[in-house]
Structures are given as structure tokens and as C-alpha cells.
Design a protein around this ligand. Structure first.
Ligand SMILES: N[C@H](CCC[C@H](N)C(=O)O)C(=O)O
Length: 259
């Protein structure tokens, strides 16, 4: 059997994108999803995303990590699925879709997408890190010399050590200038550093503001995969109107045989 797919990337976080409106994809086949994401035996991606019909929204997003398991919200994947929906002619400039963490609104112009993220009102501040959930769980920790830090080793240790079986994504951050930060992320479910993480940079922006390291409510995040912009409104420690903005690009399309 052949499977049509599209390959998208948002600041280097890359996804196999499938139009599953006819519900033909074997959603419980974890091994298949992992194989499609495998960079040697499959297409290769950080995750796989299904676009499906939804009675109350323009479409529904189903997200799987590269390990084949369905997971929590993916910010870069959310930006890419809006670009995909535009490409398919399902939406024009505006989109409203259902994801695992609720309804998301987005706008798309050419290959830039601005995605509203879930509100954040629970931010745990510890001595040398912050923990919060922006649709996915994130540990945010400032480090020196970020360019030479072993993110995979440092991330793995925290993800399995401190966060146990369920785990967490791990973000390392370093200030660049006012309201601009460098971020490198170890992603749960990829179990490696990714070139960027959308819910991750959103978590970093909010954590930096909450701990007074950022003064504005429009934050630039420099990731190895490119720049992302996060904006928000903060009222008594609750973050609303949280937006993640950046490029989302269709790289190629293809067919893959799945036995
Ligand atoms: N790996 C994450 C989900 C994808 C997050 C990331 N790709 C993003 O852009 O937000 C997790 O299991 O929590």
C-alpha cells in the first residue's frame, strides 16, 4: 500500500504531514509511525502529524513524536499544519483547529504562521530552573557557553533523572540582548536535541518574563533552526494571548510504501 505524505519544517523542527481526512492512516500502529520518522529506514522527521476533519473546527491535528507515540501539543507542528491546511485549500488567511490541548487560532501569510498557544497560569520557579506547561511540559534552565554545551547528554540526564517515565522537554537558555535569548532544546519523544521546539521557546519566553530576565512582552528566540517570536499579555502571573510566530515551509512531497 502506498501512503502520500508531505514533509514540512518549522525552524528546522521537521514533520511528516499526512492528510488523513479519509481516516485511512493506521493510527495505532506505533511501529509504522516510528519507521516513517526514522532518518535511515523511513522519511525522517522529529514527528508525524495527521490532519483530520472536525465537526466544530476547520480541522483537527493529531501529533506523534518520532518514537511513534501520540504526544502533547507541538507548537512548530501546529504552525506547519496551518500552512498545510492553507496549501490544501481548507483555510485561507485564518485557521481555527482542534489539537490535544484544545482549540487554536492562527493566521498564515506566505510561509509565515502566527499560532495562538494555550494560556499559561501555572509556573513553578526553582533555584536554577523553571517548570511550566505550554501545551507540552518544559524545564527551562539558564546555562553559560550555550554553544558548546552537550545538550543531548545534559537533556537526557534531566529528562530521565528528574522527570522519570513521563519525562519533560528540556530547554537550555542564554541571554543575547534585551528580550532576546538563545535556546537549545532536548525533546522528549525524539530523545535528542531538535533544531527548535515551538512549545519550548514559548516556555522560555514566559519563564524569562516571569523571572524578570525579560522586560517586554515580545521576545525573540534564536534557535539552531532559526528565529521564532513569542508575544503574550501577562496579568497577575497569568499569561494569555500567547502567540508563537515564525516560518513554516513545505520541503517536499512523496509516496512511501507501507506493507
Ligand atoms: N516532544 C514534545 C512534543 C513536540 C513539541 C515540539 N516539537 C514543539 O514544537 O512544541 C513532547 O513530547 O512534549
Amino acid at each position: 500500500m502506498h501512503l502520500d505524505f508531505y514533509k514540512y519544517q518549522g525552524t528546522g523542527n521537521d514533520f511528516v504531514m499526512i492528510d488523513n481526512r479519509h481516516r485511512e492512516f493506521p493510527k495505532n500502529d506505533t511501529k509504522l509511525v516510528a519507521r516513517l520518522c526514522d532518518r535511515k529506514f523511513g522519511i525522517g522527521a522529529d514527528g508525524l502529524i495527521l490532519l483530520e476533519n472536525d465537526a466544530d473546527a476547520d480541522f483537527r491535528m493529531v501529533y506523534y513524536n518520532a518514537d511513534g507515540n501520540e504526544s502533547s501539543m507541538c507548537g512548530n507542528g501546529g504552525r506547519c499544519i496551518v500552512a498545510f491546511a492553507r496549501f490544501l485549500g481548507i483555510v485561507e488567511e485564518k485557521a481555527r483547529f482542534l489539537a490535544v490541548d484544545g482549540i487554536h487560532h492562527a493566521t498564515v501569510q506566505e510561509d509565515r504562521v502566527c499560532l495562538q498557544m494555550t494560556d499559561v497560569d501555572r509556573i513553578e520557579i526553582f533555584d536554577n530552573y523553571v517548570f511550566l506547561n505550554t501545551g507540552s511540559p518544559h524545564h527551562v534552565q539558564e546555562i553559560k557557553d550555550i554553544d558548546h554545551f552537550d545538550v543531548k547528554a545534559g537533556g537526557e540526564k534531566l529528562r530521565y533523572g528528574k522527570y522519570g517515565r513521563n519525562g519533560s522537554n528540556i530547554n537550555f537558555v542564554s541571554p543575547v540582548k534585551d528580550n532576546e535569548f538563545k535556546v537549545r532544546t532536548y525533546e522528549r519523544g525524539v530523545e535528542d536535541e531538535t533544531l527548535s521546539c515551538g512549545t519550548g521557546v514559548t516556555a522560555v519566553a514566559i519563564a524569562m518574563h516571569r523571572t524578570g530576565k525579560a522586560t517586554g512582552n515580545l521576545i525573540m528566540l534564536d534557535t539552531p533552526g532559526g528565529k521564532l517570536r513569542v508575544s503574550f499579555e501577562e496579568k497577575n502571573g497569568k499569561y494569555e494571548k500567547v502567540f508563537l510566530e515564525g516560518p513554516a515551509t513545505r520541503v517536499f512531497q512523496g509516496k512511501i510504501n507501507v506493507l
